[in-house]
Design a protein around this ligand. Structure first.
Ligand code: ZN
Length: 255
């Protein structure tokens, strides 16, 4: 049983065939998914997915993504949701994006900091989106240590950065990036960090795997990510999959 630790199943891209996508995931060995939110407008859609569907367990997270625009009162609204929705398994996704963030970096930092504080208050892990801002994020995490830790989803960075996150209790989400040979730095990093630091993800419907460019990604493909990761780490795929499932269980499903 595998866990897709990052998948946007609430998006309209899945409106036509959401149950079929889940059935394929189940057949492909996926037993659970984590669905994070990106802004206040999709919190209800994400919340509606929590629980069990087509035999797949769905854990949900609410947050404010750095690539979307938010209002000052959205943080207050998030605080209310976290207090009233005990089923939530994380805060996210939130983070810093120096490439296509919707707001200037100081504003992104404030928004992210507020969400880290909420996560600490509710003892929840955090799902982070970090693009070209690893140093800023690591500085933020040093100021806001989180007991429940979290994950840097779709990790793309160096071994040193990966080790720094892991030392702060942050896992690294391994997705379709590693199926592209040109992502050499990230492939090397994820081949060398401790196995306990890794989680599998697809980021569906985005981040298609090599060979599927231009197509909608879906949770069943997490099995192919596992195959490539096992090749990179030169280990047995089923045993690796078992360990990565344990990692995700511990982070999201065990309080
Ligand atoms: Zn995402």
């Amino acid at each position: 049983m595998l866990i897709d630790s990052h998948c946007h199943l609430d998006l309209p891209a899945f409106d036509e065939d959401r149950d079929a996508v889940l059935t394929r995931a189940k057949k492909g060995g996926v037993g659970a998914l984590i669905v994070p939110a990106v802004d206040r407008h999709n919190w209800d859609a994400v919340t509606a997915l929590a629980g069990q569907r087509q035999g797949v367990r769905i854990g949900t997270a609410l947050g404010l993504h750095p690539c979307f625009t938010h209002q000052a009162e959205d943080i207050e609204a998030l605080a209310e949701r976290l207090a009233s929705q005990p089923e939530l398994v994380a805060v996210g996704e939130c983070g810093l994006d120096a490439v296509s963030g919707a707001a200037p970096m100081p504003e992104q930092l404030r928004l992210c900091e507020a969400q880290l504080a909420l996560a600490r208050q509710h003892q929840l892990p955090v799902i982070l989106h970090v693009r070209k801002a690893h140093n800023e994020m690591l500085t933020l995490l040093a100021r806001h240590p989180l007991l429940a830790g979290g994950v840097v989803h779709g990790f793309s960075g160096s071994l040193v950065q990966a080790q720094q996150y892991w030392r702060r209790g942050f896992h690294l989400g391994v997705g379709g990036v590693i199926t592209y040979p040109r992502a050499n730095k990230t492939r090397q990093a994820l081949a060398q960090v401790p196995v306990e630091a890794l989680l599998l993800e697809t980021d569906s419907p985005d981040m298609p795997l090599n060979g599927y460019q231009g197509q909608r990604n879906e949770p069943a493909r997490v099995a192919s990510v596992l195959t490539v990761l096992a090749e990179l780490r030169q280990c047995d795929a089923p045993a690796l999959g078992h360990q990565l499932t344990l990692n995700a269980e511990r982070l999201f499903f065990l309080p």
